[in-house]
Design a protein around this ligand. Structure first.
Ligand SMILES: NC(=O)c1ccc[n+]([C@@H]2O[C@H](COP(=O)([O-])OP(=O)(O)OC[C@H]3O[C@@H](n4cnc5c(N)ncnc54)[C@H](OP(=O)(O)O)[C@@H]3O)[C@@H](O)[C@H]2O)c1
Length: 314
């Protein structure tokens, strides 16, 4: 497994990381197996969020309870892995997600809840999950300072933020924002479409996000790499994506890996030097996927996959 230096720092994380969003309703033995499979495949980075999982017995945050138990069951050395979580989406007493909240109090309480559920005493990374429209950047900076000084969080970042939002937060904070976590993959190419379709109305606007991350040496963490829609399902072997699957199969045969691995190699080929968050809980899908770290697609293969995913070059 290749590694990536997060946000241009010295922290070396596996290029492919495991997200625990789908652990929430799993039997504990399956969670333990997923963690073991990740470690066996040289994954050293795990992503969570305070809202992941709604097990009927545990409630909101059950993914972190299950992952925390898995850390104990598997006997993981905490210092050998990197754990990240996110906060800033508010769930009310009926467990409805009713607002985004980046107040100092909410962020501090979020981290305390995360550490308790995971059964650990620090997070390597804490990210703002989605930016509160009513954010006070000074309050976020104060929360980050307090979390850093107390030793509860080592590094910070954001998720689903565009360049102006990053600038707004960074202008108030001494803590460098090292990562931005965004949906990007063959099913979500907006950050590429924009650059390839300048002056064309059909391009979605991300305000030059990809170029911004490169210029500022921030790590792009890509979520849901196999999904189409937000969480509609995977495009791998899906009958609605025949051309994409044909192209994935062709390259999988050439490189002697799975279609999952090629879909990840497509993301990893981008010079932004991303880190990919996969969410499989199936050890064999996980093993199939990590081979993507070893494949370097040619420029033409990268474009062929982009076109097969349903895009045109103007
Ligand atoms: N920042 C954000 O707003 C945000 C939002 C969403 C997610 N995330 C992060 O991103 C992580 C990954 O998200 P994700 O789970 O949606 O990613 P994903 O890896 O694209 O999707 C995983 C799903 O695809 C299935 N799958 C994978 N390969 C397959 C194959 N060959 N055939 C059939 N099914 C296959 C998996 O099923 P099996 O388990 O059966 O393999 C699982 O249900 C999350 O855990 C979370 O950490 C962040």
């Amino acid at each position: 497994m290749k590694t990536v230096a997060l946000g241009g720092s010295k922290i070396q994380a596996s290029q492919i990381a495991l997200g625990i969003m789908r652990m929430g309703n799993l039997a504990q033995a399956k969670c333990d197996q997923a963690l073991e499979a990740a470690l066996e495949n040289e994954i050293n980075f795990f992503d969570s969020a305070d809202i992941y999982g709604r097990d009927p017995e545990i409630g909101r945050g059950s993914s972190e309870v299950h992952f925390g138990q898995a850390l104990k069951d598997v006997g993981v050395d905490r210092e050998k892995i990197l754990i990240q979580s996110k906060g800033g989406i508010f769930a009310d007493e009926n467990d409805h997600l009713t607002r985004y909240e980046a107040s100092k109090e909410h962020l501090l309480a979020s981290v305390d809840g995360i550490l308790k559920r995971l059964g650990i005493d620090y997070l390597d990374f804490f990210l703002i999950h989605r930016l509160d429209a009513l954010v006070d950047p000074e309050a976020v900076a104060e929360a980050f300072d307090q979390l850093k000084q107390s030793g509860k969080v080592r590094h910070f970042g954001v998720s689903n933020c565009h360049p102006s939002q990053i600038e707004l937060l960074q202008a108030a904070s001494h803590e460098p924002l090292l990562v931005d976590q965004l949906q990007f993959g063959l099913g979500h190419t907006q950050m590429i479409d924009e650059g390839l379709n300048v002056n064309r109305a059909e391009a979605d606007h991300t305000n030059g996000l990809m170029e911004y991350l490169r210029l500022h040496h921030m790590t792009l963490q890509t979520w849901s790499p196999f999904q189409y829609g937000t969480f509609a399902g995977t495009f791998i072997d899906h009958p609605d994506f025949p051309e994409l699957n044909q192209e994935l199969a062709k390259l999988a045969a050439k490189y002697q890996v799975s279609k999952n691995a090629i879909a990840l190699a497509w993301i990893l080929r981008h010079p932004v030097m991303p880190q990919v968050l996969i969410g499989t809980m199936n050890p064999s899908h996980l093993q199939d996927s990590v081979a993507g770290s070893e494949v370097t697609l040619t420029r033409q293969e990268w474009y062929d996959l982009y076109l097969a995913a349903g895009h045109k070059l103007p």
